[in-house]
Design a protein around this ligand. Structure first.
Ligand code: GLU
Length: 447
């Protein structure tokens, strides 16, 4: 519920950002948690501090012209929303997907600011992307698009200014083309300007796996508070991209039975457990679909086109595809089927109604800004390695990631307790993230 002190702030957000429903949703979710904070710390309600946190520092929109393989000129729209830099340079990924609008990037940048604060690392929040659809595009088309996108973006970023990374539709291939263009334009090998780089050109070990691994560590911590673990549990993971694949891998490593995953066309159930080598071959190398995976696996793998993966009975659900992919109805189905824990691998995958249903049913619920923070945290570790011209081993880097995830879990848990809502990780994450950013914003004056 929204505290009456915060009502005018939210009303203002609605008025100034018309028709940006995802942004409204993300802001509302955080404001809903802040009533107790402003009661305890009235100083946070002063100096338009919360208003300033709801207004991006800078929003950049630009044209991205490029030539396709048929020699036709194509136009897309590029975005970079530099949300908040009180804790460090803007940090956050780039998303290439036809659904991307300014409101999408604003919601992601807003979430990113609190997520990054929660990691305890020196990174501000930002996000960018384009409505470009990479699906079905040739490698050359991807390269030309990335080069054109970077030609404009380059003037706005830098290792001390703004450090983009990947997100949906942007992986190592795209980052490679963008880094190449940036290097060419600036004549600088500025490794720290982008993260998620390939290992031989300045990347960090574990970055690829980090979001998924981190989400599983977070859920594992939540399970432990109830003396449970992944061992022997039925796990369903929506999506089949980078986050989903490494969530499945770590969940299986901890003894979980990962029985279903999906893409935007449908889902696959395989009671024996999803075979990750085959899935990676299909997704990463062939750039194929989950239906291709099911075909390769034969009768043991059942493909259900257009279905809802949340109908599959499971103990643990990890929504790892995209925003608002799990509705109130889906949540009620999961609860009815006995779900124990939900960890958001994607950003804002559960609708507000779904989140409420999980909390009401006392399901362990790890919100994205806590559970999926392992990706950006490892990006910050990549920045550390770049700054010191060092490269850490897999073991060292994974140990750091694990420690960071445990730290985030404990911060959320303690904060929730402190505010009289034990076990409510939504409240814990929002308040812990908010207080760290708010402290810095206050200290830096009205800027
Ligand atoms: N796009 C990822 C996220 O949502 C990673 C961002 C980054 O590494 O900067 O957190």
């Amino acid at each position: 519920m929204l505290d009456e002190k915060l009502e005018p702030i939210y009303a203002d957000v609605l008025r100034r950002n018309p028709e940006e429903s995802e942004f409204h949703q993300a802001v509302r979710e955080v404001l809903d948690s802040l009533g107790a904070v402003v009661a305890k710390h009235p100083e946070y309600a002063e100096g338009a501090l919360i208003e300033r946190l709801c207004e991006p520092e800078r929003q950049i929109i630009f044209r991205v012209p490029w030539v396709d393989d048929k020699n036709r000129v194509q136009i897309n729209r590029g975005f970079r929303v530099q949300f908040n830099s009180a804790l460090g340079p803007y940090k956050g990924g780039l998303r290439f997907h036809p659904s991307v609008m300014l409101g999408t990037i604003k919601f992601l940048g807003f979430e990113q600011t609190f997520k990054n604060a929660l990691t305890g690392m020196p990174i501000g929040g930002g996000k960018g992307g384009s409505d470009f659809d990479p699906k079905g595009r040739s490698d050359n088309e991807i390269m030309r698009f990335c080069q054109s996108f970077m030609t404009e973006l380059a003037r706005h970023i830098g290792e001390y200014t703004d450090v983009p990374a990947g997100d949906i539709g942007v992986g190592q291939r795209e980052l490679g083309y963008m880094f190449g263009q940036y290097k060419r334009m600036t004549n600088r090998y500025e490794s720290g300007v982008l993260t998620g780089k390939g290992l031989v050109w300045g990347g960090s070990r574990v970055r690829t796996e980090a979001t998924g691994y981190g989400a599983v560590y977070f859920v594992d911590c939540m399970l432990r508070t109830r003396n449970q673990s992944f061992d022997g549990k039925r796990v369903i993971v929506s999506g089949s991209g980078n986050v989903a694949v490494y969530t499945m891998q770590k969940a299986a490593a901890l003894g979980g039975r990962v029985i279903a995953c999906s893409d935007s066309n449908g889902y696959v159930v395989e009671e024996k457990g999803i075979d990750l080598d085959t899935l990676k071959e299909v997704k990463e190398r062939r750039r194929g679909r989950v239906s291709d995976y099911a075909k390769l696996r034969g009768p043991g793998a059942v493909y259900i086109p257009n279905g809802r993966i949340w109908d599959v009975p499971a103990d643990i659900a990890m929504p790892s595809a995209t925003q608002n992919e799990l509705t109130g109805q889906d949540a009620r189905t999961l609860v009815k089927n006995g779900i124990i824990a939900v960890g958001e691998g994607a950003n804002m995958p559960c609708t507000p109604e779904a989140v409420r249903a999980f909390l009401d049913a006392n399901v362990l619920f790890g919100p994205g800004k806590a559970a999926n923070a392992g990706g950006v945290a490892t990006s910050a570790l990549e920045m550390q390695q770049n700054a010191s011209r060092d490269s850490w081993s897999f073991e060292t880097t994974e140990a750091r990631l694990r420690e960071i995830m445990y730290g985030i879990h404990d911060r959320c848990e303690k904060t929730a307790e402190e505010y009289g809502a034990p076990g409510n990780y939504v409240l814990g994450a929002n308040i812990a993230g908010f207080t760290r950013v708010a402290e810095a914003v206050r200290a830096l004056g009205v800027i």
